[in-house]
Design a protein around this ligand. Structure first.
Ligand code: GTP
Ligand code: MG
Length: 201
């Protein structure tokens, strides 16, 4: 199976304004500019579906897309964008955390991380928060094409080591490049598998 249709549903500014939670949902989240929108476009095969930009902070709402008429994909606004006022950032953080905790149909959050940097506190703290709140998540490393093999291997093992300091086991990890179409099929296979599991329940 593959993605045969993807349409924009709506932009929401809070949990209350999200579409009805009656189909499986997958959300993409991560620091500003990490490549969330690009990955969504590559996954769905539709270039302009999610708006991408070299200016961080492009995505500012929870953007819902209906995929194959059967599940939602959500592009969340990035965190850590310095140019957004502090008070506004806090508001957004609360909206997203509220969404993640209360959205019953959310099957998995894909946390996107740029592997060009060694583990950043802001990402580790968020992972900690996800774990403590029991939110199912995977880590998706992005922009693989920008890394040499050596840096890639070093940073990936540093990341795993750091996570295992706090966690007994690692979450599922994907390594991707939207530009070079790396790891996208694996990501999609994972989504399909989760949809099938809930369909069987
Ligand atoms: P916000 O919406 O601002 O939070 O950003 P985002 O996480 O949605 O990032 P976006 O997809 O807009 O990409 C940010 C920049 O990174 C753009 O210039 C993309 O072209 C670039 N980019 C994204 N994915 C890749 C990738 O796999 N490889 C390379 N080389 N560049 C990428
Ligand atoms: Mg975006």
């Amino acid at each position: 199976m593959s993605i045969t249709s993807a349409t924009f549903v709506k932009s929401a500014v809070s949990l209350k304004t999200c579409p009805t939670a009656n189909i499986p949902e997958f959300a993409f989240f991560g620091r500003s500019n990490v490549g969330k929108s690009s990955l969504i476009n590559q996954l769905t095969g539709i270039k302009g579906l999610a708006k991408t930009s070299s200016t961080p902070g492009k995505t500012q709402h929870l953007n819902f897309f209906l995929i194959n008429e059967s599940w939602h994909l959500v592009d969340l606004p990035g965190y850590g964008y310095a140019k957004v006022a502090k008070s506004k950032r806090k508001d957004w953080e609360n909206v997203i955390k509220n969404y993640l905790i209360k959205r019953n149909n959310l099957l998995c959050l894909f946390l996107l991380i740029d592997l060009r940097h060694l583990p950043l506190d802001v990402d580790l703290q968020f992972i900690d928060w996800l774990g403590k709140n029991g939110i199912p998540f995977c880590i998706v490393f992005t922009k693989r094409d920008k890394l040499s093999k050596k840096i890639y291997e070093n940073n990936l093992s540093e990341y795993k080591k750091k996570l295992l300091e706090d966690w007994e086991s690692l979450p599922p990890i994907f390594v991707t490049s939207a530009n070079k179409n790396i790891g996208i099929d694996e990501l999609y296979a994972y989504i399909e598998q989760l949809i099938m599991v809930v369909g069987d329940e």
